[in-house]
Structures are given as C-alpha cells and as structure tokens.
Design a protein around this ligand. Sequence first.
Ligand code: B3K
Ligand code: ZN
Length: 882
Amino acid sequence: MLRDAEPQPVRLADYRPPDWLVDTVELDIRLDPTATRITARLAMRPNPGGREGSPIVLDGDELTLKSIALDGERLAPEAYAATPSSLTILAPLPRPLVLEIETEVNPSANTKLMGLYRSSGTYCTQCEAEGFRRITYFPDRPDVLAVYTVRIEAAREEAPVLLANGNPVETGSVAGTDRHYAIWHDPWPKPCYLFAMVGGRLERITEPFVTASGRAVELGIYVEPGKLDRASYAMDALKRSMRWDEEAFGCEYDLDVFNIVAVADFNMGAMENKGLNVFNDKYVLASPETATDGDYANIEGIIAHEYFHNWTGNRITCRDWFQLCLKEGLTVFRDQEFSADERSRAVKRIADVRLLKSHQFPEDAGPLAHPVRPDTYREINNFYTATVYEKGAEVVRMLKTLLGPEEFRSGMDLYFERHDGEAATIEDFLACFADASGTDLAHFARWYAQAGTPTVSVSGEWNAAAQTYRLDISQHTAPTPGQPDKVPMVIPLRVGLVGPDGRDMAIGAPDGGNGPEGVLVLTEARQSFTFHGVSERPVPSLNRGFSAPVTLKSGLSSDELLFLARHDADPFNRFDAAQTLALAHLVQATEAVRGGRTPAPPAALIGALGSVLSDPALDPAFIAQALAVPSESDIAREIGSDVDPDAVLKARTGLRKALGRALAPELAGAYERFATPGPYSPDAASAGRRALKNTCLDLLAISREADGIARTAALYRAADNMTDRFTALSILAHSAPEERDAALADFLARFRDDPLVVDKWLALQAQIGEAGTLDRVRALTTHPAFSMGNPNRVRALIGTFAAANQTQFHRADGAGHGFVVDAVLALDGRNPQVAARLLAAFKSWRALEPVRRASAEAALKRVAATSGLSPDVADIATRSLG
Ligand code: B3K
Ligand code: ZN
C-alpha cells in the first residue's frame, strides 16, 4: 500500500507543454495576520501547443477556496471541484476566459515558510519552487509566464511598507478605514515562482543607479527597524554587481526600482524574485562588530548571485524543474567570476574548489548522487543541491575552457538574444554555444546527465633520446544510484610542463591534442598525448586551475609534488600540490592512529609550507589557504571506506600541532607582521592579512607554542571587529578547554541580543570534537536564544553538529545519530524543507566503519519507518537507504 504522503515521482521524460496559458494575473491581497484574502484574476487561453479541449486543472497546497467566477459569473458548486491541493473547472470553457478565484490563507500559522508567511511580524512570500500554490490556485509550473499587477492592502500601522515585483504604480488610503494599499506592475512576463510581496514595518536605505544605457534605477534595501547601519555593504555589493554584469555579460537592469528585503526567518539564503529579492538577513546585515570577513564575502557573493538571476533565471527561466541547473549552475558560475574579479582570482578559485570537494564530491560518491540535471524527482526542493549548483557551475566553466573566452561570450550573447522571455532547457542553452562556435557539444552534454565524479589517472614518461614527453591518461566513473554503467566524459585538462628550473617549458600542441592551447581534452577511456622538443625531464602540472571537476591521480612522487608546491606558476596547483601531500600524509597517519602508532610528522611538507609562509611575493590570503590543513571530511573522502572519524581527527590534529611546533618562530613572526592596523575594512586585501595572521595564531595555539593561548586570549579581549574576536573565541573553544566556558559566557553577554551573532556562538559549540559536545548541544536546544522555529538557529546548532562535527555526529555509541534523527522528526511537521536538509547530513554514511555504519543505517530506518512523514524527509530517507 502506498503511504498517503508519498507522491509519485515526476519524470523529465513525461514533460508536456501546458494546456492552458495565463497571459495576465491581477492579484488583490488583503493582508491580515490570520485571514489574508487573495483574489486572483487570471486571463487564460488554450496553449496552441497543448492538448486540444483539455480541462483547466490548477495546483493548490493547503488552500481554502472562498469563491470562484468564470467571466464574471459566480460558479455553482457543481461547476468546479476544489480540494486543498487542486481546483478543476468542470463548466464548459469559453476561450479566452477570465477566472476569478478567491482564497484565504493564515500567514501566522505558516511554519513551512513557503507561500505567504510572517517573519517577526513582516508579511513575506517564498514561492520557489512550488509555494505560489499555497497563495492561490494556479498552474504552478515555470513554463507558464504571465504579466502581473498586484494590489496589496494592509493596516497602515501594521504594514506601512507594501512591496511587490516590478514598478510602483499607485498608493493610497482605503477610505473610512485605517488601511492603505499599494499597486505594483511588473511588465516582464514571469513564472509564478518569481512572484513576491512584502508588507511590514521596515526601514530602508536607497541609492540611485544609472544603467549603461541611461535608465535611472532606484535601489532600496529594507531591514527591520534599527538595523539600517548594517545594510550599506550589501548596497555597495549590489551596485558593483550591476556594473559588473553590464561589463562582463552586457546585461543591464530593466525596471525603475530594485528592492531587497532582509527577513529573519528564511529557508535558504535568498530568493531572486523579479525586482524584489527577499533575503535571509544573515546575507544582508553586516557591521565590523558583528560580521566576519567570511560573512562579508558571502554577502557580496549572494547579493551578486540573486541580482545576476535577473537575466539568468528571470528573463530566461527554466522550462521545468529538471532544468534547475540552467539558472543555478550558470548563475553560480557568474557570481564566482564576479567575486574573482572583485577579489583575488586564485584565492577565490581555491575557496570554490574547497567547497566543491567538501560538499559536492561526497554527494556524488554517496546514495544521494544525481546528475546535474536529474531525470526524476519526488520532491524538487531536495534538488537544490551542491551538484545542481556547484557542479553545475563547473560544467559552465568547462564550456568556457573548451571554447575559449570569445566563443563563450558569443554563445552567451546568442542565448540572451534567442531565449529572452522564454522558459528554456539545457539543450537550448548548449545549442547556443554549438551554433555560436560551430562546435559539436553532444558528447559534452553528458556532464548534465551522468552522475558521479570521474577519476582521472595519469602517468608520464620522458624520453631523453627522442626529447618527447608522453602522458597516458585514463578516466573512470564509479557507478551511482540508477546508473551502473558509465561512459567516458569530455574532460578539459589544463596542463603545463614545469622544467627543472621551476619555470614552465614552452610546449607546442601535443600529438593526440585536440583542445585550445595548453588544454588536453579527454574524450575516451584511455588516451595518450605526446609533447615534442622536451629537452629536460619535466614535472607535469595537471588540471591547472581545477579546469575539470575530477579526482586526479597524478602519479607524481612526493618529491615532484613538493617541487610543484614550491614552483608551480599556476597558483591553484601550487596550493593543490601541498594539499595532495598533506592528504597523503593524513591518510597514512589515520591508519597509524588506528593501529595504535604515532605518525611521524611529514618533515618535507612542513618545510615546503614554511617556505610558502615566508615567501614575500605571495598573497597573504593564498598563504592562509595553503596552511589550512585538509578538513576531516576531505580526509574521510580520500580514505573512501571504513572511515573512523576519531582516528581522522587525531591524525589531523597531530599534523596541525606538528606544523605549529616546527614553524613556531615563522608563525609568530607572521602573526605580528600581518596585523591589520587602523580601522577595520572588509576589503579582500585586509581580509587576506587577517586570515593569514589568524591561521598562524590557530597553529600556535593548538601546539601551545610561542604563547599561542595567551596571544589568543589577548586578541579576544582587544578585538575591534568580529573576525578577530570570533576567530579568537573559536581557537579558545577548540584548543584551550580551560578558557572555553569563560570566553563563551563573555561572548554571549556581549551579543545576546543579536541573533545572527548568537548563531556563531551556537555553531561553535556544536563543532567541538569532544565527547561532551552532544550534551552541550542538547542543553542548548532549550536555551532561550535557540528556537526550532527559526531556520538559522536550527542550522547553526543542529545543522553544524550534523554537518561539521564528524566525530560527535558519528559517535560510535550512535547517540549523535539518534539526536539528529530526533531533531529531524521533531522539525518535520513544522518545516519539512529544513528537516530534510538536516537529514541529508547522513549522505556519506556508507563510508563509515561497520559500527558507525550500522548505527547510521538504523537511524535512517527509524526515520523511514515513521508514519506521516513529509514527502521531503521521506524522499531523503528512502534514497539514503536505497
Ligand atoms: N532560487 C533560490 C532557491 C530557491 C530554493 C527553493 N527550495 C535562491 C537561489 O539559488 O538564488
Ligand atoms: Zn540561484
């Protein structure tokens, strides 16, 4: 028997165009805390491309229908069939026609935070992916594009600010009442998932912006009262994003206003609704005292991301939700490029690849693996994943590498020209690049369809007599759920040959080469490439800039990797060579720890990192990345199976201590040298200096060298910015248990009234890799600062525990798994999306050693066996076990 909540899977292969189109939508929304009335007037006509004579069936979700009229005539009850989840018109259908539908919703009771809800009293909406159907009955699919006019009415006292998509048309009072209204019109046809409205007591900052072609735009950022002084960085990032998109992609803004609203209760980071972006306030609000350098960088990136959706997502949207990567992968690529241009390109690339490897690679290697464009889903909200976003961006990046910057730009130009105003597919997107460049991309398109991370194995041979250097390269992709057999992929490997003097050799096109200069394009399971005129034995530098999202087995010796770590002209590979060495050491060290042995410190690696640390030519932000030891999840991924997280942590801590001990004088010197004098500035150069000095401090503290703990305590007390203060607090919490509780108490006392800062305090405690952490986290769930109702609080405390505390989440006694499952089940009735996200932390459970694996399996089975699960959580549980 089917569980009642279990929806049937949706399949890409079953796509059919809509039978009815909606040309215009007129919404009249009368806001009320518990009984908001929505009247929707939909001007509809049959789709010439749809099925002739088909009925009108509209989507709903937990809706109450109040009345319905067809062409002005109220429909009798027998003329339609309404349930909370659908509305079917049974009356004969004229064509075209106007449907007028009245629904009532309770925004205060909407804990799912989808549709119309309230956040700290502010009315706001979230419609992607399928939230509009929680406001009114509608063909809730992205290929139905309509022009919207929205009238919002509310008590003036409760909601003096009334916003919707598009341009403001009119405001006024409702005669004889304490209510007022605002009318907004959005001239650009859009799918309903881009609809938004906001009503509340908000304050705003505004700035003018003039587009390249001279359109005057008023930019506004709305925040809760008292927080205006924290909105200026977001505004600055917005203006820089708008200018950059004009320069880099020729994309200009297209309305008279652009508004951003920051709300405290939000299921994800932000939402790109046309002309009215709604943000999680975590990604808007920043001041030196409350936000870290990392927060500033995230704000910049997410403001840019949502803004860039105006063209990639809004002007050209997705035909169906399988095409999600069409807007998300492309827009992530665009925001990565923006941040690379605004900051240090090499450091940005390193950070992006770190994220890809720590989030997407494990997803691709586990039971939740899926293609960048999935071909089936049960719950679309579970597919806003690292694969769709981050791997999706890598696929676009590879396209650029293969075609070169000019052809890539021509392809983008053609895409904007050909599909503006349309709901498009990945095939449409690729056809633009194929047509603009005359390149056949059929094979490349497999990146969208085949899941799993390819492993690329390389061996090189120098022939002194012939002066040739041959690279033999093979690729292999392991099976993933539903895809037992894999085909070879198109893999662009950017390569250089580094000569004994540490410089790149001049290399011509190799035999077997078929890509742009310096790029080897793999297309087969095995291939060889032979370079000529190679007079000395080179060290190959492969996959430079991480040109393809693959696991590289370079076949290089430790000496060769050390050589690249010192000399590679490609900064990414210089970093990567050191990381590869560290990872190799950490895998061995983990083995040693499990066998009861003490691993020997890797002297050569430590020496190489020492010379990176003292190289005055290097960017401090780069040095900080190079000194950052691979994470526990990186090590676990490299080990692959039978993982013991306790041994991993011990090995990693051992390496950090060894680095601190061996390099103490250099680290102490750098800590002092890179102090950032003067008032705080979030710019990339200052942030890089802080990152380096604080990385040095961390290594000194963990190894208890050069007064590391005392220096940290002093930094904590003297800090004039959150980056320094929170870094110091984290170091004390992790490396100085004797100082921990006093420091945590002090921090809370300072920031108790600031929920976003309290989140840092919660997350930090959830991360400590000690046996007492679970009790601490459990106790914090009843702390007054915590609330299961706010997604940011839940993610900070429970999400961090599950995703960033490998040893305690995967405790051998199963208590960590049990705690997270209890939280998932407690949350599911209230907010299924956040609950499902939390459960996805089990994604690498099969790689654990047998005791922990059995515990994880039992925990997942307990979820799966629970009745009344949301489709969101049921889907993650089922696939995780599958
Ligand atoms: N498009 C939104 C994400 C919506 C998530 C719905 N579950 C934000 C973004 O990627 O820009
Ligand atoms: Zn996005």
